[in-house]
Design a binder for this molecule. Sequence first.
Ligand SMILES: O=C1O[C@H](COP(=O)(O)O)[C@@H](O)[C@H](O)[C@H]1O
Length: 272
Amino acid sequence: MLGLNNLVSSCTNSVTSNFPSESIHITDLLKTMATSNFVVSDDEQSLSQSLGYHIEKLINELLHPAQPSAKEFVTIGLSGGSLIKILSNILPYLALPWAKIRFFFADERFVPFSSDDSTYHSYDKLFRQLPLTEKNICKINPDVENVEQCAKDYETKLKELLKEPDQSFDILLLGMGPDGHTASLFPDHSALNVSDGLVTYVKNSPKPPTERVTLTLPTINKSKHVLICATGESKAQIVKEVIKDKSKQYPIGQVQGNNVSWYLDKQAASQL
Ligand SMILES: O=C1O[C@H](COP(=O)(O)O)[C@@H](O)[C@H](O)[C@H]1O
């Protein structure tokens, strides 16, 4: 019989390790795998490597001159939280065409860049290790009067810089909170229902800081490639509900597209 590790690898072309085979309902998993890739890693280091190599592969493919739709630059939306450490483990070691990469933020907290709550601030150490200039990074303006203006201003920047006709991101890197939120789209929050525009604002986020800007769900869902990273036991229940039970109850369960990949550590995958 084909082992589940082989099954997962052969169906998804993904690197997998120690997938918790006993508890997986294979039919459900296969249905989900028709549209998604899964990587389960033993530890943070190997997760970082798998994610980094996937990012490298996508960037090289998107920029390859032989591609009919070869691009001038690749747009990447970054999330905050635990993803920052995972990317910091790998990005400085990759020989990427940095000048051709434009980083954006999937969400950002409406706080000064000097604040420890600022996602841009939290990326600062990583950015300094990469050969980037101001041109490579599109960030919010936290000095405007209020969060509504901040969201409008960020949307204007995205409209200028996202060159695809549908103003989509090439690669979007998402995290997931233990409550199933992604970017700053929280369960049962009105921002989740915003269907027009690239960006919206959040005023009463259940997770501090309360004021944030975030990509809307339609913007997330039109990204060419979405890579979702979830680590730790606290994410296991919702990972199971979303991947195995196909729950759409949580914002992360509403992320869809042809190229959605999940990067999990074995704790986050423990209930699959
Ligand atoms: O508040 C946020 O939380 C999510 C998840 O963070 P994590 O630390 O649980 O991975 C993150 O993806 C988002 O960008 C951030 O603003």
